[in-house]
Design a protein. Structure first.
Length: 155
């Protein structure tokens, strides 16, 4: 989707759409990838911050879809705060994307869709985090699971 959007839309709109779509797969990996682009100097930090927020929007939508399938009572409890969070995230994403300076770099039409090195780094990091959470869960039970989840959310 990102590869096609890059060719059909403006760079900011393509980034917004691809971040929204890839957030359904893994918001953490999307945000990590956006951060690596900024660190390497290939992207504007403000633009990528807005795209990262759009990735979080898709995660909240996905959460609502899962929750409604599990428990309608729980869904009724979380729908209002989740909708508020969705609006706040989307508004700030649009503000950051509009505020960012236009890209002066000419787009590379035949550029690679992703970097294998960056994909391996992200996958390895996520695997280590998940193994750490699992290890804490095994050794400390529910308290370890909660502590591991808390620590993982910081990354």
């Amino acid at each position: 989707l990102a590869h096609i959007a890059k060719r059909l839309l403006s760079s900011k709109n393509a980034l917004l759409l691809s971040s929204l779509a890839s957030g359904f797969v893994s918001s953490t990996a999307t945000i990590a990838s956006l951060g690596l682009e900024v660190r390497s100097g290939k992207a504007n930090a403000t633009t990528n911050a807005g795209a990262a927020l759009m990735s979080c929007v898709s995660t909240l939508i996905q959460t609502l879809i899962i929750v409604i399938g599990i428990s309608f009572a729980w869904f009724k409890l979380i729908i209002f705060p989740t909708l508020i969070a969705l609006v706040v995230l989307a508004v700030w994403a649009f503000i950051l994307l509009r505020k960012a300076e236009p890209s002066t770099a000419s787009p590379e039409l035949d550029s690679r869709m992703f970097s294998l090195k960056e994909a391996i780094i992200i996958a390895g990091t996520l695997t280590l985090i998940q193994a750490g959470v699992y290890g804490l869960s095994i050794s400390l039970g529910d308290a370890g699971l909660i502590a591991g989840t808390l620590l993982a959310s910081l990354f």
